[in-house]
Design a binder for this molecule. Structure first.
Ligand code: TRP
Length: 353
């Protein structure tokens, strides 16, 4: 049986928010604690973050520790998962350079996530080359660790598909060397794409519609109370829509049966509460109060751990340094295999010249 290995990561461009939590972080912690994997690598993708932040290196730099704090406070355990910084593993850049020969410009131009990002950043007429090619570097990230499983959000699907194509191409040209990874998506539709508190499709710092894992109790409460709901649900007695109503989408993502029993025992289940809202007679405030209780219960222990960890940043630095060393060892082995397969290992012991 082959090994089961996880590789995933995030760009350090800001603190992580509840969309990251339900979309990927919570799952990573479960996978880590399931004991079902031989190795878990969690990467802070600073080099990738620089592909569209070349002029803001300080922002990227400062958020490395923030993301690491978010990781560990959510339950990622440095004893069980290798946490590392992308730029500290130079083998990844070398792999990317060889993979670039296996991908066409037109293939990159078809990547829907990159297309959307180009639009969002007004890059249309001036796309940085590094940004344009980041799906190739992401293939290097994944294959360097021989990852079999990549737990990510839906927006990363095109990157995993691109990686699989590179792996197949490499293996067919140079002989079987690389491992083809599989994507692991959230199993709940609400977690797949948690909207912003304003109901917009994506949470983003620039839109100011995020609830951060590090938000205080008051910040969470005021953001929940300002959340968009069904715009046609004006009076409590009006029938309301639960579909596409961000407050209910958040409940779908966060609320467990135990939460209903604790905070809304007059309902047998979340579904019963939704039926009441759809019939009419259930006010937005009451639904928001439930969501607030659920979020507070979920986020309070994470915030408490974060506050503790913030007192010892040298511990975080140590974790990332050790993790980066281990990650480099692993990536170096794969790079050696790649160069051997490509027969560019001229001076290696036993290779013919
Ligand atoms: N693209 C991911 C993001 O936007 C970060 C990332 C870089 C990543 N390399 C990866 C995710 C490899 C999974 C696997 O957050």
């Amino acid at each position: 049986m082959g090994k089961k290995i996880i590789l995933t990561g995030d760009r350090p461009t800001g603190r992580l928010h509840v969309g990251h939590y339900v979309g990927s972080l919570r799952r990573r912690v479960e996978l880590q604690n399931s004991g079902g994997f031989d190795d878990i690598f969690i990467m802070i993708a600073d080099a990738q973050a620089l592909t569209d932040n070349a002029e803001h290196p300080e922002k990227v730099r400062q958020n490395i520790a923030q993301v690491a704090l978010d990781y560990i406070s959510c339950g990622l355990d440095p004893e069980k998962s290798c946490l590392f910084i992308q730029s500290q593993v130079p083998e990844l850049t070398e792999l990317s350079f060889y993979y670039m020969n296996l991908v066409t410009v037109s293939r990159l131009q078809r990547n829907p996530t990159v297309k959307a990002e180009i639009q969002m950043r007004n890059f249309e007429t001036s796309i940085p080359v590094g940004f344009f090619t980041y799906p190739i570097s992401q293939a290097a990230d994944i294959t360097a660790f021989r990852a079999t499983t990549v737990p990510v959000g839906e927006d990363q699907e095109p990157m995993i598909e691109q990686t699989r194509e590179i792996v197949r191409k490499f293996n067919s040209v140079y002989g079987h060397t690389l491992t083809e990874p599989e994507i692991l998506l959230p199993d709940n539709a609400a977690c797949l794409r948690l909207p912003g508190t304003d109901g917009k499709a994506k949470m983003s710092k620039s839109l100011g519609n995020c609830i951060y894992l590090s938000d205080s109790e008051e910040e969470i409460k005021s953001k929940v109370m300002m959340m968009f709901t069904d715009p046609d649900h004006l009076k409590v007695s009006d029938p309301g829509k639960t579909e596409g109503n961000p407050v209910f989408t958040y409940l779908d993502a966060f609320c467990t049966q135990a939460h209903i029993e604790e905070f809304a025992p007059e309902y047998g289940s979340l579904e019963e509460m939704k039926e009441h809202y759809r019939r009419g007679g259930l006010g937005d405030m009451k639904v928001k109060r439930l969501l607030n209780s659920v979020l507070q219960t979920t986020l309070a222990p994470i915030r408490a751990r974060r506050t503790e960890l913030e007192k010892d940043i040298s511990y975080i630095r140590d974790v990332l340094k050790k993790g980066s060393e281990k990650a480099e060892e692993t990536a170096a082995k794969t790079l050696a295999d790649v160069k051997r397969a490509m027969k560019i290992n001229y001076f290696e012991e036993g290779s013919e010249f």
